[in-house]
Design a protein around this ligand. Structure first.
Ligand code: TXA
Ligand code: MG
Length: 347
């Protein structure tokens, strides 16, 4: 059984509960904690046995590196070989916050943390509970998202319980996470710096601080799916249990295509779902229609994506049609996660 620790705000009672969580970390154990992006599954970054437990609890392939979380700027030094000047600028501009900075790693970081790479991703989360927890643990905390591998990342306590109750020593439950998508990851060991994963810190914001910034083909492939080497390739990131496809076209075309698919569906109409928006959900007459939020509020849609995918699962939906989302600076991360969740299947 996992020890469940519920904390809404940081106060004296919360601090004494956090001691329990910190004690698990000090003993080489694992603890789930909230951040402003998604919940994380943490362990002592300098303890290879704790790292092994993280990979086991998640069911994660061990060549996928973990992000190391800190709660003060002076904690970066011991994690890296050197801090590049441009990385320092990023820290000033975006930390604490949803940005992971990849730098050359210190030799003392166990290879299991970085999947054998000679770089390490470092993040200083902007969440009072995460910060207090990391400080009390007294060590940097390596943490992937707290989902079972392949599942949508957890943005609510109940998602964590579904995936990891009984698989970790402690779970700190709190309010739903504010941003709902994982941090932006930027590689500062290459020139120009390269975004490996889009997130709430946008390309435009990064370019304001750094000048030129490249974007990994892993990301651009997402938005220009024709470029994918083997189009049939089925990724299993973030996937709901139901079969998810993204429907492309103008708003009218999308509405028509989905309406046609709904009318041809032979099964129970409540096992077919549509992931729509506040503005477009009125188009549909049958099926289980769920809004991601308003088209005018990309951050609201981003916050909701993973929990909506899990809602379809809870309701036993077998086939999900997701409306495509117009691409711009604010929607890149959302589109990246949606397409991955759909395994790049489009109609
Ligand atoms: O918002 C977040 O980043 C959340 C919260 C818990 O902080 N964490 C998270 O971790 O999303 P995870 O393990 O689910 O995703 C980490 C991503 C992966 O895509 C991984 O490949 C990349 O960061 N990454 C980590 N270290 C890296 C490195 N040294 N080089 C390149 N990519 C790295
Ligand atoms: Mg993850």
């Amino acid at each position: 059984k996992s020890k469940i620790i519920t904390i809404e705000n940081i106060n004296d009672a919360a601090l004494s509960d956090l001691e329990t969580a910190a004690a698990f970390i000090k003993a080489g154990g694992t603890v789930v904690f909230p951040t402003e992006t998604v919940y994380g599954l943490g362990g002592d970054a300098f303890n290879p046995l704790a790292i092994k437990k993280i990979f086991e609890a998640k069911g994660r392939p061990d060549d996928n590196p973990l992000i190391v979380h800190i709660a003060s700027l002076d904690a970066v030094g011991p994690l890296v070989a050197a801090i590049p000047e441009k990385a320092e600028r990023l820290m000033k501009a975006f930390w604490p916050g949803p940005l992971t900075i990849v730098m050359e790693k210190a030799v003392t970081i166990p290879a299991v943390v970085t999947g054998g790479l000679n770089t390490v991703g470092v993040r200083f989360p902007d969440h009072p509970i995460a910060q207090a927890f990391i400080k009390m643990a007294g060590c940097p905390i390596a943490a992937p998202s707290a989902n079972r591998s392949g599942r949508p990342s957890p943005t609510q306590g109940k998602h964590v319980l579904e995936d990891l109750d009984g698989r970790v020593d402690g779970i700190i439950l709190s309010s739903d996470t504010e941003l709902g998508l994982e941090s932006t990851v930027i590689d500062m060991t290459v020139e120009p710096p390269m975004v490996l994963r889009p997130g709430d810190v946008t390309l435009a914001e990064l370019r304001e601080v750094l000048g030129q910034v490249a974007v990994s083909t892993n990301v651009t492939q997402n938005v220009v799916p024709e470029k994918i080497a083997s189009p049939g390739m089925k990724y299993t990131h973030y996937s709901p249990k139901g079969d998810l496809v993204v429907v492309k076209g103008t708003s009218e075309e999308i509405c028509e295509k989905i309406t046609r698919a709904l009318s041809h569906y032979k099964g129970n109409p409540m096992t077919i779902g549509v992931l729509a928006s506040d503005e477009t959900m009125g188009c549909y007459r049958e099926g289980l229609i769920i809004s991601l939020g308003s088209r005018n509020d990309p951050r609201e849609m981003s916050k909701n994506l993973f929990s909506r995918l899990r809602t379809f699962d809870e309701l036993g939906v077998e086939k999900i049609y997701a409306e495509d989302i117009p691409l711009d600076n604010e929607t890149l991360a959302l589109i990246n996660r949606l397409y991955k969740a759909a395994g790049y299947t489009f109609i």
